[in-house]
Design a protein around this ligand. Sequence first.
Ligand code: ADP
Length: 335
Amino acid sequence: MTQMVKQIIATALEDQQLRPQTLDEYIGQVEVKEALRIAIEAAKIRSLPIDHILVYGPPGMGKTTIAAMVAHEMGSKLWRTTGPAITSPRDLATIVASLQKGDVLFIDEIHRLSRAAEETLYPAMEDFRLHITLGKGLTAKAIEVPLAPFTLVGATTRAGMLTSPLRDRFGLVFRLGFYALPEIVQIIRRASRIYGTAVDGNQAETIAQRARGTPRIANRLLKRVIDYAVARNDGQVAEWVLEETFHLMKIDELGLDEMDRQLLVALARKYGGGPLGIETMCAILGEDRDTVEDVYEPYLIQSGLLERTARGRMLTEKAKRHLRLETQGTHALFP
Ligand code: ADP
C-alpha cells in the first residue's frame, strides 16, 4: 500500500471517529438536540420511525451528522444520497422502494432534486406509497406501491430554495446557525482527544477564533496544527506552532482567508466600500453564486464585516478597521 493510500484511509477513519454518533456527543445546537431527543423517545415508545427531518444551514455545520445520529439513536440503517445524484423519478422510486422499516434516508442538497423526482417523493413521505404509471397513452395504468415506513432527513444550505409542498412534508425543521466560540472550543478539545494530541484551553481558543463558527473548519484547522506539530515539534502544540500554521494557511485572526480579504479589499479600493451587487462579488471571487451566498457571505455578515442592504453589499466600519490593521506596515488602504 502506498503512503498516500495509507494517509487517505487514516484520514477517512479519523473523520469517522470525529463525527459524533450520539446526541450527547453532539456539541451545541441545544434546542435542536432537545427537539430531536423528544422526537426519538416518542418514536421509540410508539415503535414508529421518527418524523421526516429537514436540516438547513451553511456547509460543515453538522447536517450530515444529525442524519447519522438519528439512525444511530434509533438503531436503524442510514442510506446517503444527494439531490443532484437522483436524476429521475425512477432513481428516487428505486431508492425508497429498497428501504426497510425504520431506515433513515439522507438526501443532501435536497433543493437540487428535480421537480419530477420531488413529486414522486410527496406520497412516499406522506403515506409511504409510490404512485407509478405503467404504459403510455390510453393504456396507461396508475398503480400504488406500498413502502416500508422510513425517515427522510433532507439537508440544504438554502431553505428558501425549497418548494413549499416539500418543506411542508417535514415534521421537524431545524436551522443550524453558527456555533458560539465556547462550543467551537469544546469541539476542538474533543477532536484533539480523538487525535491523541494535547491542546490546552488557550490554544483551543486561538484555533476556535479562526474557525468561522463552523465545526468542519475547526476540525480542519486543528488537523493542520497537529500536522505542523508532528512535522516540526515532536507532536507538541505550542504557540509558535499555531502562529506558523496559520501563517502558512494565510488565515488571519478573524478566520479570513486570502479570498475573503481579496473581496474586502476590492470592495474597499475599487468600489468605495459598496454597495456591490452579488454578480460583481462572484466575478471578484471567481466563484458561482451558490458558493458566494452559502460559503463566503454568511460568515462575513455574521462577523460584522459585510452588511446586506437593499442596494447591495456594503463594507462595515469594522471591516475597514480590520483591513487597516492588516495592512499596517505595508500600505494603508484608508488614509
Ligand atoms: P454538513 O453536513 O452540515 O456539511 P457535517 O455533519 O458533515 O456537516 O459536519 C462536519 C464535521 O464537523 C463532522 O465530521 C463532525 O466531525 C463535525 N461536527 C459537526 N457538528 C458537530 C457538533 N455539533 N459537535 C461536534 N462535532 C461536530
